[in-house]
Design a protein around this ligand. Structure first.
Ligand code: SF4
Length: 441
């Protein structure tokens, strides 16, 4: 068995490995010793962080038991913390960090903590690469020239509230799709709707579970002209251009269907360039039909589960259900829209046999083009309290393999220009799930 050592940090944030304790990986309802195929060297663009409130736990091989470090094992005193990695886009977490929270301990912030361990001199993370991370590598963002670009753009369009809002997201949340609007490249976000018809547990723009969301929601509904101005500018200037309605700083865009449909029509009368994409929960089928009829090219539907009860438990839908989501997807597919699932992925749940079976049937039944794996950033305790316990899980690598067996399905981590609308891109028509790295440990 390849051994990864437990990593922990002291109160000064100094990082240590424990020579006698093996790293454990967490799932929704278990702790395991990770297999080499579930671990990769920590990729560039990752950050190592302390896990708030969590005492580190490791595996004592000598006595075959889990051990919780309640104080610094080297100094004999002082608080110590579990350590985890935050991954760049393109990597799917296979395990959560393992730790013990003292009674009354608060919930974790909505971040994608992934378990880490040490082997030799190299820090490894419990993850697998599911897409190229070139375009989303942090080194291409928050660059020196960004501020100047934002300033010039706001000067050129002083009345456009969307640009003003996106300048806040670009500066204060380091939002990559907001920054791409100012960099005039790749996927740019255009938020337009404060309201939502769902109450997702881990919503990142509204507090639904007692954890402060990392972003504020926009507080206005832009005019069609404001949407057209930003959209047209991006599609006609950006490399591999995508404009995406449905951002982390808004509610459900399809509720704004009249303005979005009008904006899409006006944009398409002016240019055939690029891809117009909608990130949505697809619950409001009437709105989706209007937007599809207006000329939508791609749609990404966020899903926690293809089991109606588990769907309702997580998304807390208001006046719609999973059946409405399916109807919206079918309508879009019948009208040539490229449809992806934004699969909220949580180790120990999404990879359960029953969940995989229902997901597979859903994909085939609705002719889904792509599955994007999204690490679900939520404290496991918030899911444990509602979800049914157990059920055999295959592991995230097993989930990926199951998806790979579905003919014609693309698996990745983010949206691409729709085939035929790439301009000078490198679209290769379907990412093969990479074989886990063989560790000659
Ligand atoms: S659909 Fe989006 S905006 Fe609405 S509650 Fe869910 S995560 Fe939040």
């Amino acid at each position: 068995m390849t051994r990864f050592l437990t990593l922990f940090a002291n109160e000064r944030g100094e990082l240590f490995e424990h020579p006698g304790l093996g790293m454990l990986g967490g799932t929704l309802d278990s702790w395991v010793l990770p297999e080499p195929g579930e671990m990769i060297p920590l990729p560039g663009g990752s950050s190592l962080v302390m896990v708030p409130e969590h005492y580190p736990v490791g595996w004592d091989w000598q006595h075959d038991r889990a051990v919780c470090l309640e104080s610094d094992p080297f100094e004999g005193k002082g608080r110590v913390y579990a350590v985890a990695a935050l991954l760049p886009q393109g990597f799917t977490r296979t395990y959560l960090p393992v730790g013990v929270v003292p009674p009354g301990g608060g919930l974790l912030p909505l971040l994608g903590y992934a378990a880490v361990g040490l082997r030799g001199e190299q820090v490894y993370v419990a993850a697998i690469q599911t897409d190229r991370h070139h375009k989303w590598h942090p080194r291409y963002y928050n660059t020196e020239g960004l501020e100047e670009r934002i300033y010039r753009r706001l000067q050129a369009s002083p009345g456009n509230r969307i640009l003003k809002h996106l300048s806040h997201c670009a500066r204060h949340y380091s939002c990559f799709t907001a920054q791409n609007i100012f960099y005039e490249r790749w996927e740019g976000g255009i938020p337009s709707m404060p309201a939502c018809n769902a109450g997702c547990i881990a919503c990142i723009s509204e507090d639904h579970a007692g954890v402060a969301p990392p972003q504020n929601r926009l507080d206005f509904v832009p005019e069609t002209e404001e949407i057209v101005e930003v959209g047209l500018h991006h599609l006609t200037r950006a490399r591999e251009a995508i404009i995406s309605f449905g951002q982390g700083c808004e509610g459900e865009p399809s509720l704004n269907y009249l303005r979005l449909a009008e904006a899409i029509r006006v944009i398409r009368e002016a240019t055939g360039e690029g891809t117009i994409n909608l990130n949505t929960n697809a619950g409001f089928s009437e709105g989706i039909r209007h937007i599809v009829d207006a000329g939508l090219n791609a749609m990404r539907v966020t899903l926690f589960s293809c089991d109606a009860d588990n769907y309702n438990l997580y998304h807390q839908p208001k006046n719609y259900g999973l059946r409405d989501v399916e109807n919206s997807i079918r309508y879009a597919r019948e009208h040539g829209v490229y449809v992806s699932l934004n699969l909220l992925t949580f180790p120990g749940f999404t990879d359960r046999e029953e969940e995989i079976k229902k997901l597979r049937d859903f994909i085939i039944r609705n002719d889904i083009n792509m599955v994007q794996l999204r690490n679900l950033n939520v404290d496991p305790r918030q899911l444990q309290s509602g979800l049914p316990y157990g059920g055999k899980a295959r592991g995230i690598v097993g989930l990926l393999k199951a998806l790979q067996q579905i003919k014609g399905l693309r698996v990745g981590s983010y949206s691409y220009p729709v085939p035929g609308r790439e301009g000078n891109s490198c679209f290769d028509g379907g990412l093969k799930v990479p074989e886990p790295v063989q560790h000659n440990g």
